[in-house]
Design a protein around this ligand. Structure first.
Ligand code: PGA
Length: 245
């Protein structure tokens, strides 16, 4: 696993956007695993800029998103479908039929079946984008004694509910359950990039980059088992973590 330290969160976002641009340029029908959350907003803004500058063509790109809250309508402004449309899909020439964000409504068990087939359809992802949760979750794979390999339902941790409550009226409004790609789904991607910034991520990133331990209690540490995973953090976060590299 590689660690890249940039001068700022914006520089991190630009670097990841540039890598995604390279992948699409080399393989126009690339399959991308995408993520939501504050950490990825800058990346999508840069991708939209690059598209508008004529440097990117999404016409053949296929995408599968990491997760969605159970009970969340795709029309809800807080849904991850809305997030993807308003941050990226509505601004570029992607065919929305080639994009998949798990459906929050309907029977979750049925949706999980669809999710599992979308993750595998046409092969595993060429690239997987990740943020990281306060306790080290990737997707919504929460810190536990055991983790799951394939897409599944997850009860959200208190730390996740608290962190995500910033988007809702109050904590009680945050959905308690979500569907998420499993750890095996994420680790099957050809290449993975995780972006993190800010003081709330210090403990999770410390577990990820400061030693060689792999533990289900910080699911991000499984990235240490991947052949082509990169963690992109800014100098500020690197200093808080104590990373000298
Ligand atoms: P954030 O979320 O980017 O909004 O901090 C990341 C995550 O929970 O994985």
């Amino acid at each position: 696993m590689k660690v890249i330290v940039t001068g700022s969160f914006d520089e991190s976002s630009r670097m990841v956007a540039q890598r995604i641009t390279q992948i699409i340029t080399q393989k126009p029908a690339a399959k991308l695993g995408l993520a939501t959350g504050g950490s990825c907003e800058g990346i999508y803004a840069h991708l939209v800029e690059l598209y508008k500058a004529g440097q990117l063509d999404f016409s053949q790109v296929r995408t599968v998103n990491l997760d969605e809250y159970v009970g969340m309508s795709p029309d809800n402004p807080l849904s991850y479908r809305k997030y993807m449309n308003s941050n990226l899909f509505d601004h570029v020439n992607i065919d929305k039929a080639n994009t998949y964000v798990p459906g929050g409504m309907g029977d979750p068990e049925e949706e999980i079946k669809t999710f599992r087939s979308k993750v595998r359809e046409g092969g595993w992802a060429d690239f997987q984008l990740l943020g990281i949760g306060v306790s080290g979750h990737i997707g919504f794979n929460e810190a536990r004694d055991t983790l799951q390999a394939s897409a599944h339902l997850e009860e959200l941790d208190e730390s996740t509910i608290r962190a995500n409550s910033r988007y809702f009226e109050d904590e009680s409004q945050v959905p308690r359950r979500a569907m998420t790609m499993g750890m095996g789904d994420i680790l099957s991607a050809e290449e993975i990039m995780l972006i993190a910034s800010g003081p709330s991520k210090v403990e999770a990133i410390r577990g990820l980059i400061m030693d060689d331990t792999v533990t289900t209690h910080n699911p991000s540490t499984f990235l240490k088992l991947h052949r082509n995973a990169t963690v992109v953090i800014d100098r500020e976060l690197a200093d808080w973590v104590g990373w000298k590299g």
